[in-house]
Design a protein around this ligand. Structure first.
Ligand SMILES: NC(=O)c1ccc[n+]([C@@H]2O[C@H](COP(=O)([O-])OP(=O)(O)OC[C@H]3O[C@@H](n4cnc5c(N)ncnc54)[C@H](OP(=O)(O)O)[C@@H]3O)[C@@H](O)[C@H]2O)c1
Length: 291
């Protein structure tokens, strides 16, 4: 089965290539090889390969920059996604697309269900939500949108790698303690995507996927430190201070609570997602092995 991955050099794109199944022929394209905002280029490449699936791991993910560069965010996360959906329709390919917890405003205090009304707080979330809506319009029966959150991986820039660096460089760290969510190892998400590609069952149109459990950025940082010290990835045991978001202003407002309810994905896969701390430990082992 032919499968195209867009955004191949991103965190998810790289993890998808790491754990691909032998049953699949993967064609992975970085942004410089296949720019999803370039309809003509994307169509030429995709029509030539005639994939059964396109996994769109390409996105404008700079949440804070999006506030001042909304044109760029919408160009990739909305127009680029529209291009892919139209090409999928023409070529009969199914689209697996990744979206975000940032489509929600965080006003709930129980996990967000797939039926909950999105209400993005910023440009990034709005551009991703418009992308979702366009896919549903163009490919109502042959697409699957997977919302995820707090993604990290040994590849690219992310919270885990930033914390590890700062824990070595600084004498004290301050991390926000009033945003609640669930970290997600991109490798686990990639695994789920491949299971969906290989399942014979009909694709669900919308799923929520994160690792299991609930935490804050502060507790996540504390766990990163504990596990990294245990594994010898860092040597300093610096104090970590819990601070409110108001002490760490960012251009984009973030949801205070963005835990996603994973009932549907657990039904489809027939098992529970793995707890985020166990996944964090596995990622840190991988980082250690490859360093
Ligand atoms: N990271 C998170 O915490 C998080 C949370 C929730 C949801 N998500 C979603 O999960 C998905 C994967 O995220 P990620 O963390 O893997 O993102 P990432 O590491 O930032 O990777 C995104 C990739 O998309 C590529 N890209 C950007 N514009 C493109 C274009 N016009 N055409 C083709 N490729 C383009 C980028 O290429 P360049 O490097 O060349 O720009 C980059 O390699 C995204 O849909 C994101 O919205 C992420």
């Amino acid at each position: 089965m032919n499968v195209i991955i867009t955004g191949a050099n991103g965190q998810l794109g790289r993890e998808l290539q790491q754990i691909k199944s032998e049953k699949l022929t993967i064609h992975a394209f970085s942004s410089s090889q296949l720019n999803i905002t370039d309809l003509e280029q994307a169509e030429a490449i995709i029509s030539n390969i005639k994939p059964e699936f396109i996994i769109n791991a390409a996105a404008y993910t700079a949440v804070d920059n999006a506030e001042s560069n909304s044109q760029d965010a919408f160009a990739v996360n909305t127009k680029g996604v529209e291009n892919l959906a139209n090409i999928c329709k023409k070529t009969n390919a199914k689209l697996i697309h990744i979206s975000t917890d940032f489509v929600f405003d965080g006003s709930k205090s129980t996990p967000y269900k797939i039926t909950d009304e999105p209400m993005p707080l910023g440009v990034y979330g709005a551009s991703k939500l418009q992308g979702e809506n366009i896919i549903r319009e163009i490919l109502p029966k042959s697409s699957c949108i997977i919302r995820t959150a707090w993604v990290y991986s040994m590849y690219g820039n992310n919270f885990v790698k930033t914390m590890l660096r700062l824990m070595q460089e600084k004498d004290v760290l301050s991390v926000v303690c009033d945003q609640v969510g669930t970290p997600t190892w991109a490798s686990g998400l990639a695994n789920t995507i491949w299971k969906l590609v290989l399942t014979k069952a009909e694709l669900p149109t919308l799923l929520h996927w994160t690792d299991n459990g609930v935490t804050t950025w502060y507790d996540f940082a504390v766990s990163i430190q504990e596990l990294a010290l245990e594994k010898g990835l860092i040597t300093k045991d610096i104090p970590i201070k819990a601070i409110p978001s108001s002490d760490y202003p960012t251009p984009a407002k973030r949801p205070n609570f963005s835990v996603l309810d994973k009932t549907e994905v657990e039904q489809v896969l027939g098992k529970k997602t793995i707890h985020w701390r166990k996944q964090l430990s596995a990622m840190l082992d991988q980082l250690k092995d490859r360093s």
